[in-house]
Design a protein around this ligand. Structure first.
Ligand code: ZN
Length: 208
């Protein structure tokens, strides 16, 4: 399960959050912060609820002239898929949209949602759940897609720690098991739009 190292939206201090985990920072009054990333509709802020509704409602086909709209059929699926991608997603890069994202296919080759492409007027099935990591953690939400040819696999497996850019560094940093320099796997700078693998792969260090 990937963990997100972020500034806690509640106590404003660095914390490590995963699906269904809570911020363990102790507040000045001695209580535990306990902030958790939203999964259920009612736990989300207005932005999360808006995205939740958008991606569980078919588009107004005639009214959309551009863009892409993806949606899943039953509203309960959305929270299940949100939890699933946060628990078991692998990390990928979308260079076209300039962000890292978590990716998972909860039902394997079977579709989980539909995607409408307004420019062509076509609707296709999608097997994947895609959660961009470029928003504030309280706004993390997913949409649906098929795996695009330009997506690039970055890392998967246990113990991933994803640190969003902070005032101290402009890049995303991806660690394995523990956040220390020797465990740094990958960095991605969304301003420079460049990524770098830190740990040598079998064929040696390579950038992407
Ligand atoms: Zn907190």
């Amino acid at each position: 399960m990937p963990f997100f190292r972020v500034n806690c939206p509640h106590c404003q201090r660095p914390t490590l959050l995963g699906a269904n985990g809570q911020c363990l920072n102790v507040l000045n009054d001695g209580t535990t912060c306990s902030y958790a990333l939203p999964i259920q509709y009612g736990h989300g802020n207005a932005k999360y609820r808006c995205k939740y509704e958008k991606h569980t409602t078919p588009p107004k086909f005639g009214a959309m002239t551009s863009g892409i709209h993806s949606w899943t059929f039953a509203s309960g699926d959305y929270s299940q898929f949100q939890e699933f991608v946060m628990e078991s997603g692998s990390v990928h890069l979308d260079p076209a949209n300039n962000y890292l994202f978590l990716w998972t296919t909860p039902r394997g080759a079977d579709p989980v949602a539909s995607v409408f492409y307004a420019s062509s007027g076509s609707v296709v099935s999608a097997t994947g759940v895609l959660m961009p990591l470029n928003s504030k953690p309280q706004n993390y939400h997913h949409f649906y897609s098929n795996y695009e040819a330009h997506f690039q696999h970055v890392a998967d497996g246990p113990g991933l720690i994803i640190e969003a850019p902070t005032a101290a560094h402009p890049d995303f940093q991806l660690y394995r098991d523990e956040r220390k320099p020797e465990n740094l796997l990958f960095t991605y700078d969304p301003i420079a739009q460049s990524g770098q693998r830190i740990v040598p792969l079998a064929s040696g260090i390579r950038g992407i």
